[in-house]
Design a protein around this ligand. Structure first.
Ligand code: PLA
Length: 453
């Protein structure tokens, strides 16, 4: 298949595509790079009489969202979707939080509300409240006004805006991400114009943190490099550093001037407490250094499709924070002009009202507790079946996902024979399970591990 050399092209978007292809070809996502390069190949072929797009090949489905596409096509009544990290109730239904319904009612009742464009940086009150939620009301950075927060399109949009800002204005263009990580991270940062490298994180032999490998790799990173840190509930492994390990990571990173970029997609989902889950970020902010934080309200407020999130950049002074914000606006304006109004308004209503806020924390805790209870039930179900292997990682891992250790062949067997859908790396969304479906999953795991695949 003929491919186009994007690296020598002068167009910035071609250069980005070239960088993405080089990254994908580095071995992380075998096969996708080739398919992607043919998507962009020979732009003028197929013109004669036919479509100018005739040369395109069908692109593969997204490795995570494609699982739902396959699930939706399956007519089986016993099918189970444990692919995407989306919370389900015990009845297997998506959940709209009660506080969200109340907030929406308030918004509807308020006849003074209008639908004008928001400013480029989004809803001002939402931004202030989001910074307070993640950094804590008593944060020195907020008190000293040296933080800028912009509303973005959920966690993904916040990461992308932060990535492009860094690519434009930060002296180091390399970002280190955990090995493994959420599948979208390398694509987001490569297309933002950064060079993506990985640091060791997960040890398959212990199904825990490879702390020594992590410290060695960050210790060997060039001074100033950007480091993406999962604030809590690491995706896909469910393995987080302890607070003591976070402190060592902090000291190492600060001593080398590495730039922390936190991805906080699960605040409240790991421990059930918003404050506990934000602790690693607050440790980095407390030392007076600079950092970036991408926040998502998809999971913790169940606002998935509203696409509401925030990017905060903590700076050394209010003066710098003001300049940073002015430049963030230049990144956002040509990308999507300004963010949507509805989701951010819901969040602002809930965060500003003490009663609604308290009610939210209870609903959030109930979701986190249900996930923890699913971990226990699945663990017990495997134990009672005498399933070979040590499955204690199911109860040790944190947050929405269990990284089961099942291989792609085992996953595809479970999908084919049991209609259980999950990502091919063996990740299952515990939030998609219920007491009723645990036995089915345990049967499938038992069958697949007692079968040589
Ligand atoms: N960061 C991490 C670590 C995530 O896991 C996700 C979502 C996001 C950011 C972005 O979420 P948002 O843009 O919706 O706020 N990961 C999901 C969904 C839950 C997905 O892949 O889009 C997942 O199943 O991994």
């Amino acid at each position: 298949m003929k491919t186009t050399d994007f690296s020598s092209s002068s167009s910035p978007s071609d250069r980005r595509i070239g960088a993405l292809l080089r990254h994908l070809n580095s071995g992380n996502e075998l096969g996708i790079a080739d398919r992607l390069s043919s998507v962009y190949a020979s732009p003028t072929s197929g013109v004669a009489g036919g479509s100018v797009f005739a040369h395109l090949v069908q692109a593969p489905e997204d490795p995570i969202l494609g699982v739902t596409v396959a699930y939706n096509k399956d007519p089986s009544p016993i099918k189970l979707n444990l692919g995407v990290g989306a919370y389900r109730t015990e009845e297997g239904k998506p959940l709209v939080l009660n506080v969200v319904r109340k907030a929406e009612q308030q918004l509807i009742n308020d006849k003074s509300r209008i639908k004008e464009y928001l400013p480029i940086a989004g809803l001002v009150e939402f931004n202030k409240l989001s910074a307070k939620l993640i950094l804590g009301a008593d944060s020195p950075a907020i008190r000293e006004n040296r933080i800028t927060t912009v509303e973005c399109l959920s966690g993904t949009g916040s990461l992308r805006v932060g990535g492009e800002f860094l690519a434009k204005h930060y002296h180091q263009k390399t970002i280190y991400i955990t090995q493994p990580t959420w599948g979208n991270h390398p694509k987001i940062f490569t297309l933002a114009g950064l060079t993506v490298k990985t640091y060791r994180y997960y040890d398959p032999s212990t199904r825990g943190l490879n702390f020594q490998g992590l410290m060695e790799d960050l210790g060997a990173a060039p001074p100033g490099a950007i480091v993406l840190l999962h604030a809590c509930a690491h995706n896909p492994t469910g393995v987080d550093p302890t607070i003591q390990q976070w402190e060592q990571i902090r000291q190492l990173m600060r001593s080398k001037g590495l730039m922390p970029f936190f991805d906080s997609a699960y605040q409240g989902f790991a421990s059930g407490s918003l404050d506990t889950d934000a602790k690693p970020i607050r440790m980095f902010v407390a030392d007076g250094g600079e950092c970036l934080v991408a926040q998502s309200y998809a999971k913790n407020m169940g606002l998935y499709g509203e696409r509401v999130g925030a990017l905060s950049i903590v700076c050394k002074s209010a003066d710098v924070a003001g300049k940073v914000e002015s430049q963030l606006k230049l990144v956002i304006r040509p990308m999507y002009s300004s963010p949507p109004i509805h989701g951010a308004s819901i969040v602002a209503v809930i965060l500003r009202d003490r009663n609604l806020f308290n009610e939210w924390t209870l609903e959030l805790k109930a979701m986190a507790d249900r996930i923890i209870s699913m971990r226990k039930q699945l663990f017990e179900a495997l134990r009672s079946r005498g399933t070979p292997g040590d499955w204690s990682h199911i109860i040790k891992q944190i947050g929405m996902f269990t990284f089961t250790g099942l291989n792609p062949a085992q996953v595809s067997f479970m999908t084919k024979e049991y209609h259980i859908y999950m990502t091919s790396d063996g990740r299952i969304s515990m939030a998609g399970l219920s007491s009723k479906t645990v036995p089915h999953l345990a049967d499938a795991i038992h069958a697949v591990v007692t079968k040589a695949l």
